[in-house]
Write a protein that binds this ligand. Structure first.
Ligand code: OGA
Ligand code: MN
Length: 210
């Protein structure tokens, strides 16, 4: 599979930009091409089999703790140059970053992302994707890597859009969910089978000391 590139004015990206401007979130059921979804799933499974995924922490920096009562996923951060499938995904997200900056003036500087594997029964309790002491995360993006996911498998991403509106997303391969990190509380419900995703954050420049 060749590393792929799409222009930042692609209609799919503009739909996401429009949704974010109107509602603060977007869901695209068919975002990744099937061959890229498959290649990313294989890469995630390979890393998991090689023991490279580690239990995810809660919190940031020195105060990070492993707390399976809050989140039970295993993760590995992705860097450029490790695998063609990952580089393709990073290129796609860079086009999305450009589209959001051009149309929404978000000033997004970079994108960080990790593979996540939730073993059967694992969950992530309701939370917001922004740390109290670090507000650089501006936009969250989750893409799912699972074949043939059925409602009875569970594992929904549940978003709390306002007081009385929830929106559930099944983690079906190729589906992308994007939302404003500080505005949308969400949780991951337990599933009856292994659940794979790639979760990432577009970040603004931090308030670093001069
Ligand atoms: C996260 C998260 C959602 C999902 O990793 O912060 O909320 O559906 N993931 O995997
Ligand atoms: Mn989250």
């Amino acid at each position: 599979m060749r590393a792929m590139q799409i222009p930042s004015d692609h209609p799919l990206l503009l739909r996401i930009v429009d949704d974010l401007a109107a509602h603060g979130w977007s869901r695209q059921n068919i975002f990744l091409p099937a061959d890229l979804t498959r290649a990313l799933a294989a890469e995630c499974r390979k890393r998991s089999a090689e023991g490279e995924l580690a239990p995810a922490g809660v919190g940031r920096g020195a105060s990070t703790e492993i707390r399976e009562g809050i989140r039970g996923d295993h993760i590995q951060w992705i860097d450029p140059g490790q695998a063609e499938s990952c580089d393709s995904y990073l290129n796609l997200m860079d086009s999305l970053r450009e589209a959001m900056n051009r149309h929404l003036f978000l000033g997004l500087e970079d994108f960080e992302c990790h593979f996540a594997m939730y073993p059967p029964g694992a969950f992530y309790l309701k939370h917001v994707d922004r740390f109290r002491d670090d507000d650089r995360r501006a936009v969250s993006a989750v893409v799912y890597l699972n074949d043939d996911w059925l409602p009875e498998h569970g594992g929904q991403l549940r978003m709390y859009l306002d007081e009385d509106t929830q929106h559930d997303v099944l983690p079906t391969g190729g589906c992308l969910v994007v939302f404003l990190s500080g505005d949308v509380p969400h949780e991951v419900l337990p599933a009856t089978r292994e659940r794979l995703s790639l979760t990432g954050w577009f970040r603004r420049r931090g308030n670093e000391p001069f």
